[in-house]
Design a protein around this ligand. Structure first.
Ligand code: ZN
Length: 409
């Protein structure tokens, strides 16, 4: 998981060379399928106060902490001009540290279905500020984790499977998951509504997330959620999304996928075919015969028309860029937003990293927004995504009542 603060100036940086990780100063918090989270419980004066460690479990595939941090540094949203500063760090550790942390894990109150040990061979762990529990001397904030997914429904002239014009991918995927028994009921949430920029649509999207959260909406706090009511939290989130262009920034990253996975898969097969040629100056026109109309369509789209004149060397460069952009978009389509909300008074100073939200009641709140779960997807093949995409599209039958939960925009 990566934490990128929505901030212009970083005030939470920790110099990795200025401290030493001591196993007894960390306590188990929770875990998912891939990582275990430990909270710092050492001295109040330590620069590590307010931080958590995320340590990978054994036998988990995917990007390592150093790869995730590097990915986020090199692929930040830029559309709105708001600077996103990366606050997560990949910290080098010795195997001895991981062995001792593994012993701590064995004595921790883990959920019964979680058994895996820590990965003892990884040279890095992830250190990140825990914005859910920033300070004990203020009123505890509440934290919302929101996974918006991707808001797009294809139009009549888009060259995709026709079923992908019926509803957005999230809503289509709900039907497949339901038939596979992965979810008990369909979510009422539709990303098209959240990404719409329309006040009433965003409000209904938030209402749907609260009613049917699945893994798209989670609320947590260091203390308890007592004193907060959902209507208030929904109103704060609504004002935040109208005030801060975070969703537009995410959408711009999603749009780096210009061909859809169907086009990307088509060209990846063409690329495989072209790897058997060595003459870098040869043109695609001389190397490729009997192309399908769809392949020609994609080639025209990405070259501006003159695809026959493109040299093999230029093609290789072009394809690498397309592949990279597709993977960046895919990673951002699966990221989450972490939003910390704290009550405040008008006289409270607002830091650069915070957004002040005023409700119609006059109540004031400070919010901090971070983009998390930017685990780069490069370890999965284009073929993997294509196969999943096709199972989602093919699952929709002609008599199905599948549709987006909102009118399509
Ligand atoms: Zn939808």
């Amino acid at each position: 998981m990566l934490l990128a603060g929505h901030q212009r100036r970083c005030c939470t940086r920790v110099d990795a060379t200025s401290f030493r990780l001591v196993p007894t100063e960390w306590r188990y918090v929770n875990e998912g399928g891939a990582n275990v989270v430990f909270r710092f419980i050492g001295q109040e004066s330590s620069t590590l106060k307010g931080y958590v460690l995320r340590i990978r479990k054994e036998d988990v595939k995917g990007a390592t902490p150093d790869e995730i941090v590097e990915f986020a540094s090199n692929n930040q949203p830029t559309k709105s001009g708001v600077e996103y500063v990366q606050v997560a760090k990949a910290i080098p550790v010795e195997k001895r540290f991981l062995i001792e942390m593994n012993e701590i894990l064995k004595d921790s109150p883990r959920p019964t279905h979680r058994k895996a040990n820590l990965h003892l061979e990884l040279p890095y762990v992830m250190l990140l500020p825990n914005i859910a529990f920033p300070s004990i001397d203020q009123e505890p904030p509440i934290c919302v984790e929101l996974k918006p997914k991707h808001g797009r429904c294809y139009k009549e002239n888009d060259m995709v499977h026709p079923n992908k014009r019926i509803a957005c991918r999230f809503c289509l995927h709900q039907h497949l998951k339901h038939s596979q028994g992965k979810i008990h009921s369909l979510s009422r949430y539709c990303p098209l509504a959240l990404f719409s920029t329309d006040r009433s649509s965003i409000a209904s999207a938030l209402e749907a997330l609260i009613a049917t959260p699945q893994n798209n909406f989670r609320l947590f706090s260091s203390e308890s959620t007592f004193g907060w009511d959902m209507a208030e939290i929904r109103s704060i989130l609504l004002e935040l999304f109208l005030q801060v262009p975070i969703l537009q920034d995410l959408q711009a990253m999603h749009e780096l996928d210009v061909l859809d996975v169907e086009g990307m898969y088509n060209l990846s097969q063409l690329h495989d075919l072209l790897t058997q040629h060595n003459d870098k100056e040869a043109t695609l026109g001389s190397l490729l015969k009997d192309l399908s109309p769809s392949t020609i369509h994609y080639l025209i789209l990405i070259t501006g028309g003159q695809w026959q004149d493109v040299s093999l060397a230029a093609w290789n460069q072009l394809y690498q860029q397309l592949y990279h952009n597709f993977m960046v978009a895919t990673t951002y389509k699966d990221c989450s937003l972490l939003i910390a909300i704290q009550r405040t008074t008008e006289s409270s100073p607002i830091m650069d990293v915070e957004h002040l939200i005023t409700l119609s009641s006059g109540d004031l709140f400070k919010c901090k927004v971070a983009i998390v779960d930017l685990d780069t997807k490069h370890h999965k093949s284009i073929g993997h995504y294509y196969k999943l995409d096709q199972s989602i599209a093919l699952h929709v039958t002609s008599d199905s009542k599948t549709t987006c939960t909102v009118s399509q925009m």
